[in-house]
Structures are given as C-alpha cells and as structure tokens.
Design a protein around this ligand. Sequence first.
Ligand code: NAD
Ligand code: MG
Length: 395
Amino acid sequence: MYSSHPQSVCVLGSTGSIGVSTLDVLSRHPQQYRVFALTARERVEALAQQCREFRPHYAVVLDETRAQSLRQSLRTDGIETEVLSGIEGLCQVASDERVSVVMAAIVGAAGLKPTLAAVKAGKKVLLANKESLVMAGPLFMDALARSGAQMLPIDSEHNAIFQCLPYPCDSLDEAGVERILLTGSGGPFRTTDPAALERVTPEEACNHPNWSMGRKISVDSATMMNKGLEFIEACYLFRAAPADIQVVVHPQSIVHSMVQYRDGSLLAQMGNPDMRTPIAHALAFPQRIDSGVAALDLIAQGRLDFEAPDEVRFPCLRLAREAMEAGGSAPTTLNAANEVAVQAFLDGALPFTGIARVIEKVMKSTAVVELTDLDAVEKADQKARELAVEMLAAL
Ligand code: NAD
Ligand code: MG
C-alpha cells in the first residue's frame, strides 16, 4: 500500500492541539510521510523538541527573536533544520515545490496568508484553520478552482460530511442531498443556568466535555460560535445554501455529522472524539491508514441523544447564520469581532456573555461590502477589530 516515495508534509501550527495530533499520525507511517516543515508562534522549546524528533528541512517561528533562539538551540544539538521567520517564512514553506501536503492548523486569521499560499501553489491542503475560510471563503474557493489544489476538511464535522457525500461532489442537488445535519455537542454550558453564564471563567469555558483543544476554539465551543463558524465553513466547502444546513445538538460527540438524501437515507460518520481520525482520513484519502484511535464501542456507549440548539442561550449561532445570509464581508466581520472578543474574555477583560454582545454591536454598525480581493478581506477584518476594541472600551 505504501508508495516508494514518501510524501513531504508541511505542518503549519505544529505545536498546537491539531499540530501535535498530526505529528502523532505521521509518526505511525514513516515510510509514507516525511515532515518537511514545522511552524509555531511561541513555545519554541516544544518546536525544538519536534525538530529533534522529525528533522524537518525548515522550522518557522513567527518572530525573529524567537527564531534566533531556536537556531541557537538546534545548532547546539547538531540539527540541520533551517530556521525562518515571519509570515513570509510561513508562506514560503507552505508553497515550496518539494511539499505535497500542507496541514493548515494555525489558529485564527493569522492562518489566512499561508493557507492561501498553499492553495495557490496547488497543494493537497488539509484545512483545520476554519477562520481563514470563514473570513475569505469566496477567495479560497476561487483560488482552489484556479490552481487545482485539493482541499480536504479536518474539522471533524466537515470531514464527516465529506465522508457521507459522493466524491467528487460538485452539486448537492445533483447528488440527491436534501440537507446537511451539522452536529455539535453544545459545549460545557449546554445545561448551565443562563443567569450563571455572566460569571463563568475562562477555565470553565475551556473545560470541554468531549474534546481537548486549543483555548480559542474551546471558548468558541462554549459560546457555540464554533458551530456558527462551522456553519459558514460548510456553506463554502460544500456549496450549500444556509437553508441546506441544520444544526443538531448531540451531546456525546460520537456522530460527527450527517447527510440526508432525497430517498430518506440518512448517512452518518461516527467515531470516538479524537481528531486523529479526520487527520488520518484526509492525509491518506482515498486510502485508509491507522490513526491510533480506538474503535468505537457502541454497546459501551449505550445511547446517542439529539436535540435542537437553543439560540437564545447561544446567540452566536444566530449571528453566524445571519452573517452567512448577508454574504460578502459579513462573515469576515463576524470572525474578526469574535477573535477580539474571545481574547478579551480569555484575558479577563470581558464577561462570557459579552462576547456575543460585542459581535452583535460590531455587525450592526458595519456595512456589508463585496470581497473582491485579499485587500478587501484585510480591510474588513481590520475595521471589525478596531470597532470591537471600541465596543470593549465602551462596555
Ligand atoms: P492551538 O491554539 O492549540 O494551536 C495553534 C497553533 O498555531 C500553534 O502551533 C501556534 O503556535 C500557532 N499560531 C497561533 N497564532 C499564530 C500566529 N499569529 N502566527 C503563526 N502561528 C500561530 O489551536 P488548535 O486547537 O490546534 O486549533 C488550530 C485550528 O484548527 C483552529 O483554526 C481551530 O479552529 C481548528 N480546529 C481545531 C480542532 C481541535 O480539536 N483542536 C478541531 C477542529 C478545528
Ligand atoms: Mg469541529
């Protein structure tokens, strides 16, 4: 099954939750995959350790001072990895002609340029960084069509939907799809008294019942903005209209999403909640490789529950749907305001319930424009960030 030439993989955001899971899967298949580049923003010691283990051609650190300290540490150990820095370094390794697979696992808007560089260079792009697609969906889909790159979803829900659709699938209607059921656990506050949400702490918000993830996406799961971003992500990835997608709360996170067909069939992808499954799926597609994840024991699991989402408790879900319905720059604005508000919450400067309030105010005071190019995306992103900071100060 293994080809004689290992594929070169660039892991953007290798020190994060998805990055570490990716390296775990890659390390199980050394004949099939070679690590070409690893990147991180901080945690240089963790990156140095990954370089010692995987011996990549390149390591990229966002800022040059930290890059120098990594260079020093690798030189002392006699490791030949070349250390680059800055967004330019990230874009360079993501589009290097020797790379065939790029794992896009930087968190937030910072992932946009390197992920887009990988798409434009025609790579097989494994997309975890949902924010980049949410903020610049039309540009991504256009660049994909032009470059012939392949984009495979890593987000467990989208990976599940992808697995439940025929491949390729250019039109949901032609495939006989009636709707997509996007599942979400409801996060740590699904049953918390709404009055208590005002005072929940970042530690409580990051304590997800089923998944272990980075802090930003953990807060997004707690507000259900994660499901909102995923709703937008699904519209772009599967060329779906907002009305084609229904969010279903499924507290056990065993069914990762479903596709309902015209003939009454409902296809689901299931598995234990461990990101190594979608990572292994996308890496090897259309083959299947071992991911290290234990098989799902349905008898031990016993039951699976489903319920409707509560949009009063979780206004972010409504805000995301409204943004997608508005189109143009509205998802860009939503994403930027959310990033600012989540950071303020994590810094203790905004109550949990303030996140949705800030986003709604920013959305209401921003006109929707068309996303003609990257410049338009960056302007909309920047403007929303400035407005969000003003709203924070006013709260
Ligand atoms: P994380 O915070 O654990 O890791 C983020 C990685 O990006 C780190 O390596 C960090 O050094 C790097 N990074 C952060 N800011 C950067 C910047 N400004 N420039 C360059 N690099 C930067 O995050 P995560 O949980 O691994 O999530 C990564 C992405 O995957 C997010 O977009 C998230 O929504 C998505 N995702 C994560 C999960 C999950 O289970 N963790 C599931 C689905 C989707
Ligand atoms: Mg997800």
